[in-house]
Design a protein. Structure first.
Length: 339
């Protein structure tokens, strides 16, 4: 029997794609998700892609009794933790909600894992922990100066897990600092469809292209970047998913804690993404440039060399494929999983 991997937030965007990568690598994922920003109908799509029915448990990582029961009833070998809120603007508006879900949620999860003797954890962190960098590409050794409650919540969890590893060195922990996940599975069966107004660029562009929204709101056109719009390191979600499997394989080698960037090492501006998406979709993307958004930084992209040398992982899919896969998903699923 293959190893059982608990995937918290596994019905969400990154979690669902990682379930595909886990099955492909021979693991058996078990999904725990409260469906706060996901759709249970993704499970049917996952079964079509993988040929397997993935067990799903509806629940919250802050529910200790549920976690204790889950670990008693399943021989979980490791946990991949995606169950976090991720919108910078929302975190500025409601910081307590973010600290409760992201920090307290991980605290409850780690305590339940410790009680169950499960000591392998792959944590979904974020490049927002760096804040505004002194320069790019950003190495993992760069100072962490997050500028939003969301970024602070991720950094707090990183510190908590690092302290846990010092106290109990037999833990196997990977802190994966994502840059900007975009794209979709090449089948077009699963992808990103946020509930309500999108907070991230690519799903907003997708919704404009498919006619769900009239225009893209670009947050800031006066940044010190080549075209004035924010520059980010966009990484294909399937590359990210494969990065998690690589981190799991690395964790199996020996106890330890690793902190690595998952990105392409290249920056693309908002308008670069718009142009690439127009080329991929054949649709014009109308946009308006408005004021900067609180908590955002002008530009950053990562140095992924440590992930390559430590995890033997490297992003393989470029911006054009990110846009083509995003468009295939959105065009086939204009209303997300409700089609």
């Amino acid at each position: 029997m293959s190893e059982l991997i608990l995937v918290t937030g596994g019905a969400g965007f990154i979690g669902s794609h990682t379930c595909v990568a886990l099955v492909a690598a021979g693991y058996t994922p078990v999904i725990l998700d409260n469906l706060g920003n996901s759709d249970v109908r993704v499970l049917r799509r996952l079964a079509t892609i993988t040929g397997k029915t993935i067990e799903f448990i509806e629940g919250d990582v802050r529910d200790r009794a549920l976690l204790d029961r889950l670990f008693r009833e399943h021989a979980i070998a490791a946990v991949m933790h995606f169950a976090g809120l991720k919108a910078v603007g929302d975190s500025v508006a409601d910081p307590l909600h973010y600290y409760d879900n992201n920090v307290n949620g991980t605290l409850v999860l780690a305590a339940a894992m410790r009680a169950a003797g499960v000591k392998t954890l792959i944590f979904s962190s974020s490049a927002t922990v760096y804040g505004e960098p002194e320069s790019s590409p950003i190495p993992e050794s760069a100072p962490c100066r997050p500028e939003s409650p969301y970024g602070h919540s991720k950094r707090m969890v990183e510190q908590m897990l690092a302290d846990l590893h010092v106290a109990q060195p037999d833990w196997r922990i990977a802190l994966l600092r994502y840059f900007n996940p975009v794209g979709a599975h090449q089948s077009g069966l699963i992808g990103e469809h946020p509930q309500g107004k999108p907070n991230n660029l690519m799903p907003y562009v997708c919704q404009v292209a498919v006619g769900l929204r009239d225009r893209l709101a670009v947050h800031g056109g006066d940044y010190p970047t080549p075209d004035g719009t924010g520059v980010r390191d966009y990484v294909h979600v399937m590359d990210l998913a494969e990065g998690h499997v690589a981190a799991l394989s690395h964790a199996a080698l020996a106890p330890g804690l690793v902190t690595v960037n998952l990105g392409t090492g290249q920056g693309a501006s908002v308008l670069d993404v718009v142009k690439a998406f127009e080329l991929a979709s054949g649709q014009p993307i109308a946009y308006d440039i408005g004021p900067r958004r609180a908590g955002d930084v002008p530009a950053y992209w990562g140095d992924p060399s440590l992930a390559h040398s430590t995890l033997r992982w490297k992003a393989r899919r470029g911006l054009q494929q990110m846009c083509e896969d995003s468009w295939r998903w959105q065009k086939s699923n204009p209303k997300g999983y409700g089609n």
